[in-house]
Design a protein around this ligand. Sequence first.
Ligand code: GLU
Length: 285
Amino acid sequence: MITRFAPSPTGPLHLGHAYSALLNHDMAKAAGGTFLLRIDDLDRSRSRPAWEAQLKDDLHWLGLDWPEPCRRESEHLDAYDAALDRLWEMGLLYPCSCTRRDIREALSAPQEGAPLTGPDGLVYPGTCRPAAPPTGPRPKDTTLRLDMARACASLPMPLRFEETGAGPEGQTGLIETAAQEMTATIGDVVLARREMGAAYHLAVVIDDAAQCVTEVIRGRDLFEATRIHALLQRLLALPTPRYHHHRLIRDETGKRLAKRDDARAIALYRSEGLTPQEIRTRLGL
Ligand code: GLU
């Protein structure tokens, strides 16, 4: 078994991260497998070496260990570019110049009904989607969307992945998604962004495959996005790992923790003298 914890070095490690990291570590160790740390520093404008150093220090303090050097996304941009080229050549990507506002306005037209929200926010209304796949070289430094209907039509459907944890509505076991659900509830997701290159959904499937990850253990908030990941794995002929979505750690008011919740930063608990075992107990581990 190979598991991974893949934080973005954009803020302090908080209790929610610690839960995910400990679960990844414990499940790998229990199976005699390997726990990997991956640094998801694709968003170079927000990633900081100091956060990376701090999160490694916190994870070591929690008692976790992993093989070094760990994979850092910023060192594999060529792999993400190659995947974008491949999808472009398959005729599945198109450039999009819509702003968030354009999308909101297109969706507020009276005939559209209530706009649907998918894993990436509002389901794209298709304003820039061409009737036929664009030709010529892939445009660089521009937003590229996946033509979801075309992508689904090119694959055997439904898509499948195995869930050993549970989705937000308790979904577990074999999870199937039909083409109609992909187009209606997810739509044409962004796979490349201006100034950023590959987007998370593309990078994550390439990273997991490159690291031979067998179990993706992460927060339940990413359950719906897994449908996109299963699709990209098929399109790029990558293996689909097993998925285990775990509960989210919430604060006293029931709100899920975010990076800005410095009050739950592991570093703060450390400075207050809590032990790693006390953190585990607090997390129910
Ligand atoms: N860097 C992503 C995050 O922090 C990783 C998500 C994943 O585990 O796939 O949410």
